[in-house]
Write a new protein. Structure first.
Length: 317
């Protein structure tokens, strides 16, 4: 009897190990950047310049990136809806969706609205459009004033939301967008030196730079960036043992160096995705260590590290 139980447990463990090495590949990433209504020439130029800077960076980043950038009169609610509708028809569940909002927002205590030429779009309307996109992993970076007021409407499992302000009542123009884009340009953002900039690394970079801006200007900070990536909690300002930050840490935005070259090589792209998924699984194992039997943890970690080394060896050829 004891032998059968032991054999059954070994079989379950083997299935767990196999799950670590049989990971699904992601096909590509859809990036949608929208520079909203400026209201003044200075803001109009600033918002457009940031959007076009990001557009150029993403289009040159390689890999299977689908980049859509809306500025000026093209950044209307109708056009924004059309682009997301097209992506909803084209995207697959294994794809990623990233939506980046630049500009001004408003919050009346109930509804958040992103200011666009013509009719504004509410957080609820944007959530409904993103709900139709089959991509299982989604990220919305809302860098507008009052953006904290949009988190509740946009938040859902499988979708991370980053906001430049901690609530809808922080209504001043923000600087977070500037530093988010700067983060994607700066190799130092890649803190773990794995040649990939994740959403968590970009958030921490932009958050740090935003705080430094107000300190250097000797001004009271009027924006406090937050994120929610569990789909079931309130926005927070830093990762925690409760799970906040894990999804963002696994969400690759940009690859660097050899990883970028691999992303451009069809023969290595699947290996690269497998490597990144293994790294994510290893992080997940470490998070779940306290709830696992020590022997199971060590075996699963060793199997994942061994497979990661094998994949890395194939990439290095």
């Amino acid at each position: 009897m004891g032998g059968r139980v032991k054999a059954r447990c070994s079989a379950v463990l083997c299935l767990g190990l196999l799950a670590l090495v049989a990971l699904p590949a992601r096909a590509g990433t859809y990036f949608v950047t929208v520079a909203g209504l400026g209201g003044e020439p200075d803001y109009e130029q600033r918002f457009t310049a940031m959007a076009m800077d990001l557009d150029k960076l993403l289009k040159s980043s390689g890999g299977d990136a689908h980049v859509y950038t809306l500025t000026g009169n093209d950044a209307s609610r109708a056009h924004f809806s059309d682009v997301l509708g097209m992506i909803a028809r084209e995207a697959k569940p294994e794809d990623d969706l990233v939506v980046f909002l630049i500009g001004h927002g408003s919050f009346d205590g109930v509804d958040y609205k992103f200011n666009l030429p013509g009719p504004d779009i509410s957080g609820t309307e944007l959530a409904a459009l993103c709900d139709r996109v089959p991509a299982k992993r989604q990220l919305i970076i809302n860098t507008t004033s009052s953006s904290g007021g949009s988190v509740a409407a946009l938040d859902k499992p499988g979708r991370a939301v980053i906001a430049a302000t901690k609530s809808g009542t922080e209504k001043n123009a923000t600087v977070f967008a500037r530093y988010w884009i700067e983060a994607l340009h700066d190799p130092e953002t890649d803190l773990d030196k794995n040649e990939a900039i994740t959403a968590m690394e970009a958030f921490e970079y932009a958050d740090r730079k935003t705080a430094a801006f107000y300190e250097s200007q000797k001004r009271l900070a009027t924006e406090h960036p937050v994120f929610e990536d569990t789909g079931k909690g309130d926005p927070v300002r830093a990762p925690s043992d409760a799970g906040e930050g894990r999804f963002l840490s696994s969400f690759t935005l940009l690859r660097l160096g050899a990883a970028q070259k691999a992303a451009n090589d069809p023969a290595k792209r699947e290996l690269l995705t497998k490597k990144e998924d293994l790294e994510s699984q290893i992080d997940k194992l470490k998070y779940e260590k306290a709830a696992m039997a020590p022997n199971d943890y060590q075996k699963q970690l060793a199997a994942a590290l061994l497979e990661l080394a094998r994949v890395q060896q194939e990439l290095d050829k």
